[in-house]
Ligand binder design. Structure first.
Ligand code: GLA
Length: 654
């Protein structure tokens, strides 16, 4: 599938008509027409309406809603409604509730109050999906199935009795014997040797640090368990609706779910994104997630399934989006590969936990700046519709790895690292220079890239290290950051030393870690570096690393690692293999990234870095987006200087 569906950009949002009387539905469809809405996501939280009691179904209202939408030419992204089970179901089966690591049973007074491991939940959820699929599988307005909603958002893990049973089954499939599990988990440490799978429980709150391999296996198991629920629902709707694509909404770089695995199972990737309007770093984080979504789909178009037109209602203070800011974030997503711009939600709720969350049609009604901006964007996207399916070329790759994220967050590490923050530090330097980045899993493929950056690939198997080693060998540039290649997939320290087969390619030997810990009560130490890259500074991490067969570009000036190598480069014919043994601060990362981009001969769409304006080419269009509340001027290659007002954006062709 090249484009997501149909011949127009998706434009619309979650539509929750069950919250309103029927006469409001007439106005909804009329105003959707005015706004240029092309798709509505219906039924996300409708289970208790669709099945008011065991065995009792009520589809009449949904028949009516879907009929109205189809008649108006609005595509239907039909939700399977399984994210919020009805009270009668939980009352009859209290054991289906999720349980936290501390043993707290979560109440059904909100949403997502189900254990992903509960057979009762699964049975009833699939019965609902079957009923929906049977009734609407061939509906003329159907353009996609929207399975569940934001899996694992509020319940990232469940530790109840059903979890124990399911975890054991997952472990039996992974390790055929208990002996194999004992070896993999290193259970001779602290007398954890198991004599049978039935002794194993989920890793609930324990006296001190838990078994690291058990913890990461529980993370993997949880991601797989949610995915299995997705798969079961998807199978039903696919059978009922051949050719209709199936998705579930992702949540950016989201810790609980390994989206590399998930992305293989959806027909197109979709994402929910709520950047804080007043956070100056939010545009970078948003760009990162857009690039991640495109990359998860291996370059195929994706849909921004939910964003806010203005304020959310779950931050301590909920700033509105400034005039133009909704458009700026929307065009950012289109620039980075989205074929759909959708919102939570169409009409702002009058009741419930999200009544202060903005919507396409706010409490103030159509005579409002929010609705006018929505209508203008709908019209603009209609004009841009020929860009659907257009590719976003990237020559830089950054490795993103869920196993490493999970491992780095465990208690027993040389230093705690915020993995996504570290990835974003590298990403920001490319973003500021308008070099588009693809994210790639640890084992590649890397062939399409001139430059590959590897931040803290803490957990790496031989396949990943071999794939990375091939980058400089074929003439590319490889940049490997600290804390890479330390552990194998069982979280055992790699027997042949840190970096495994990459050590030779990088020409380094790591002897000992030396994290830069602050003295009690003191600020985090700054590490100064000097060398051929000039004066640099860093923090957090240092190490005793030998430059065995490589050029030292920067050395530590301070502390116990004084004069030891901090940044090295090994030339391999046309290729280069860099090792960065510390956490460079942003200006130093910028300096290194500038050098790398120049060295790789990557032509950029602008002539200098910018902290505020991003310029991205998609197909034959160049998107220029100013994220700042001030006017900005930027020199766009081939188009000269462009001046954009606060949160201004333009699309240039040619
Ligand atoms: C998520 C959910 C929506 C809504 C929005 C806004 O994206 O999917 O149902 O709760 O957040 O908070």
């Amino acid at each position: 599938m090249n484009t997501v569906s149909g011949d127009r950009f998706w434009f619309g949002g979650d539509y929750n008509p069950e919250q309103w009387p029927r006469d409001v539905w007439d106005e909804d469809v009329r105003l959707m027409g005015r706004a240029g809405v092309t798709v509505a996501t219906v039924g996300v939280f409708s289970w208790s309406r669709l099945q008011p009691a065991p065995g009792a179904w009520d589809f009449t209202w949904l028949d009516d809603v879907l009929g109205r939408l189809a008649e108006a030419g609005i595509g239907i992204d039909l939700a399977t409604a399984t994210a919020s089970p009805p009270p009668w179901l939980v009352a009859a089966h209290p054991g289906m509730a999720p349980v936290t690591a501390d043993g707290v049973v979560l109440a059904n007074t909100s949403r997502q109050h189900y254990s992903p491991h509960s057979p009762v939940y699964r049975e009833h959820a699939l019965a609902l999906v079957r009923a929906l699929a049977e009734r609407y599988g061939r509906h003329p307005g159907l353009v996609a199935w929207h399975v569940n909603n934001e899996y694992a958002c509020h319940v990232p893990r469940c530790y109840g009795p059903d979890a124990d049973v399911a975890f054991r089954a997952w472990l039996r499939a992974r390790y055929s014997t208990i002996g194999e599990l004992n070896a993999a988990w290193g259970t001779d440490f602290w007398s954890q040797r198991y004599s049978g799978f039935e002794e194993i429980t989920s890793p609930r709150t324990s006296p001190t640090a838990g078994n690291p391999t058990q913890l990461i296996d529980f993370d993997r198991f949880t991601s797989d368990a949610f995915l299995d629920l997705f798969r079961a629902e998807a199978e039903i709707v696919r059978e009922a609706s051949p050719g209709i694509p199936v998705t579930t909404n992702f949540m950016g770089a989201f810790r609980p779910l390994d989206y590399w695995k998930w992305a293989r199972e959806v027909d197109f990737v979709s994402d929910d994104s709520y950047p804080d309007p007043v956070d100056p770093q939010a545009p970078v984080a948003a760009a990162l997630t857009r690039d991640l979504m495109r990359s998860l789909g291996r370059g195929k178009p994706w849909v921004l399934m939910e964003q806010a037109t203005s304020a959310v209602n779950w931050r301590p203070a909920n700033a509105p989006k400034a005039p133009g800011q909704n458009r700026a974030y929307s065009l950012q997503a289109v620039a980075r590969g989205a074929d759909g711009i959708m919102y939570f939600q169409w009409r702002q709720s009058a009741a419930g936990a999200e009544k202060f969350h903005s919507a396409m049609l706010p409490h103030a009604g159509p005579d409002s700046r929010v609705f006018r901006e929505v209508c203008a964007l709908g019209a603009e996207l209609a004009e841009l519709s020929r860009l659907r399916g257009a590719a976003v070329p990237a020559r830089v790759a950054i490795v993103f790895d869920w196993d490493s994220w999970w491992a780095l967050e465990q208690e027993s590490t040389p230093t705690r690292l915020d993995y996504p923050a570290l990835v974003q530090e590298w990403y920001r330097a490319f973003w500021a220079r308008d070099a588009v980045v693809d994210f790639v899993p640890a084992d590649g493929p890397f062939d399409a890239y001139d430059l590959v950056v590897v931040p803290a690939l803490h957990v790496a198997d031989d396949a990943a290290l071999t794939a990375l080693a091939a980058v400089p060998e074929r003439g590319g540039r490889l940049v490997v950051g600290f804390m890479t290649g330390i552990l194998d997939r069982n979280l055992r320290v790699r027997a042949e030393g840190c970096l495994g087969s990459l050590a030779g390619v990088l020409g380094v030997r790591i002897e000992e870690f030396a994290p830069a810990a602050p003295a009690p009560g003191a600020a985090a130490p700054v590490l100064r570096l000097t060398g051929t890259l000039g004066e640099l500074s860093a923090s957090t991490w240092a190490e005793f690393t030998h430059a065995v067969d490589t050029e030292v570009c920067a050395s530590f000036e301070d502390g116990v690692v004084r004069s030891w190598p901090a940044v090295t480069r090994r030339r391999t014919g046309a290729g280069e293999a860099w090792y960065v043994a510390t956490r460079l601060d942003p200006p130093s990362t910028d300096r290194l990234v500038g050098e790398l981009l120049d060295g790789a001969g990557i032509e950029l769409p602008t002539t200098g870095p910018s902290e505020h304006v991003e310029v991205v080419r998609r197909g034959d269009a160049v998107f220029v987006v100013n994220h700042s509340p001030q006017e900005q001027t930027v020199a766009v290659r081939g188009h000269g200087p462009r001046t954009l007002g606060p949160h201004g954006a333009e699309v240039l062709f040619g």
